[in-house]
Structures are given as C-alpha cells and as structure tokens.
Write a protein that binds this ligand. Sequence first.
Ligand SMILES: [Zn+2]
Length: 425
Amino acid sequence: MILCYLSFAINSSIAQSNTSNATYIKAGKLFDSENEKILSDYIIKIEDNRITEGGRNISIPTDAKTIDLSEYTVLPGLIDGHTHLMTLDNLNDDTPMADKLLFEGDALRVLRGSKRAKSWLENGFTTVRDLGDSGPFLDVALKRAINEGTVDGPRMFVSGPIIISEGGQVPGLLKSYREVISDEYTIIRSVDEAINAVRVHVNYGADIIKICANNSPNNTSLTINEMKAIVKMAHRYGKKVTAHATNDLAVWEAVTAGVDGIEHGYQISDTTLTLMAQKGVALVPTDISIPLFHKLYDIVDFQWNRELNLKRAKDRYQDRLLRAIEAGVTILTGSDNYLDFEMPQGEAAKNILVAYHEEGMKPLQILSSSTYLSANFMGKENELGIIKKGAFADIIAVKGDIENDFSNTIFNLVFVMKNGEIYVE
Ligand SMILES: [Zn+2]
C-alpha cells in the first residue's frame, strides 16, 4: 500500500514538472531561415533544450514562463563556419607562430581559447566550425568542456589539426625545428599517410576534415591524389572535407578531388565556380568588413593610401562573391577571425556578416547563409540554424530593423539562448 502511494507520488510529480518546464517566447518578428522570410507575432514553445512547438496560434498557459521578445526580431542562433578559437595573433607581432608554438603551451592556450569561445556565444554565435590552428586536438578538449558545462561557449564542430603538406603554414622554419609544427599540423608525405591521417583524426574526435589545398603563405601543396584519398576516407566515416584554397588552381584541384567546401577562395575563375556549383561545393568567403579594415590600419599604423588599398581589396572580394552567387554556389558564413582587433573576438567575427552586406548580399540572404545553409552543410538541417519543432533551442534576438538597417541591427543583440539556457538577456 505504501509502495503504491510512493509510485503515485513520483508519477504525479513528473507530470507536473513536465508541464511547468515549458518556456514560451513571444517573437514580434521571426526570421524563417528555411524560406528566407520574416514572419510576425510568432510563439515558440521550449521544453528542456528543444523547441517543441512553433507557430502563430499557440496558446500560452497563464502560469507558464514567458519571455517577451515582441519588440524584437528573433533568429536562430548564428553559425560561424570558420573559426580558430585557439589562436589570436597580434597584428604588430612579426612572429605570432613562434609565440604560439614555442611559448604558449597547451594549458594556457585552451584557457585563452575558452574565453574567446564565450565571446562568440555572447555575440550570438551559438555554433562554430573550428578549423585548426588548435594544437594537438585542443579543439576536441574545449568542445568537451563546453558540452559538459565546464565552460560556456558555442556548440563546436572541430577539425583537429589541419592535414597539410610539408612545412605546414610556416615557411622557412629551420629544419632542426620541424618537429615543433608536428603537433600544430598533421603533415602528410604520401597517399598512404593521407589515408592514415583521416583515421587518426576520426579516432581523436574530429567532426570535419580540414586540409590545405595550397599552404599559403608557404609554397608547398597537396597533390590531387592525396586530396582524393583524404576525401574518400573521410566520406567513408561520414565526415565532410573542407579545403583552405586561395588561388584558382588550388580551388580547382580541391574541387576535382571531391571536397565539400572551399575556405577563402580569393581568386576563383568562373569555370571553377561553375564546377563548384555542379558538384555542390560550398564557398566560405572569409572577407574583411570596412570597419575592421580601418581598425586594422589604425593598429598597424598603415601609412599608404588607405582608401585606395581598401577599395582594391573590397572590389576583389565583391567581384568574387557576386560571381559565386551568380554561378549558383552555396555561400556559408565564416569569419576566420584570428587577429587581435582590440575588441572581443566574437564581436570582430560578426563583422563577416557586415562584409557580405557591403559586398551586395541581401540581409535575409546573409542570415540564411549563417543559419540554415551552414547547418545543412554540417548535416544538422532540422536541428540547428532553424526555429521549428524538434530543433535545438538555439535562439537569439536583435533590436532594430534587420532588413533595412542590417549592419547596426545585427550588433544590437538583446537575447541569446543556447540549448535552452539563456546567456544574454
Ligand atoms: Zn582560417
């Protein structure tokens, strides 16, 4: 009899806490990332870490916890598809690699990285793809610490060390010091080593494989056969491959080898863009916004004709971005922010959205790129970058007119929720 009573009490308390657990968000405007539209007067129901309902005709129980964002525009949490959380280079330092590789050490590096990770979250990025420059799988360690709640940060999808050819991205390193870069990069010398490198990365927890098709600023590069072997092996384990590739030849070789994404792609011919579109290869343009260019010039005390220099760079970015869109290439958002702009790194990273806007992308096109399309690329199309039933409760809100005053509004952040927990309110 006592046992029966106890079990009834336990069941009823579970039932009560389930209903009272739900949180409702009233959104004045809502960005529908899948359809690139702004909806109005939308209600989102959240239970634990998931969205369990969304729509205009949802009734909110009188005693339910309600977050009133009816004055604001609500968006899925942003995704930065190209970060290096474990790296911050001082713009006036001639040898940032030496500092990082010889003096910083893994422990200090991860602690610093965790602070940077938090700044991404506080600036509305609830997910990042961290693409190397992170020592011997320190990105996997930080990801674990965030997932278990030890530190606050965005969801991380990580590559581990970049798989790369001789020398890594450190040109001219004295031969007797070459071992120094073997923790920072996975250097391969043959097709067999390429295959094993992927197995090593999968074993240590990489979510994605990052390669350097060309090693700029170093002059060495992977061969097409090495890249093909990497792609084949990565796809066998369900991992995508993305390639740092700056010039047209490197992009063409990587795309021919079967990669899924191209990072940077500063110079790409129309022929290569057409091939990318045909093969469904995404482009992550890591461009710099005009305000960040000015900040950079100030920090390094750049004396040459600033306006001319800036215009040349922006014209090149814009020409490439618009030709890529015209060719039908999917654009994903990636800040590649690893330079110290003397502001929180997550704030500097958000300038990537401004850069695309300066170059002619429309606000909703940019938002779709940094939510829905980026989530699709990671195979998370129904869980991230979207506000709908079943998705993770990664939700942000901004104050202002996102369609007509994009560059200001995107920085007017009033709310950040990740995995059902509120970080900015
Ligand atoms: Zn990068």
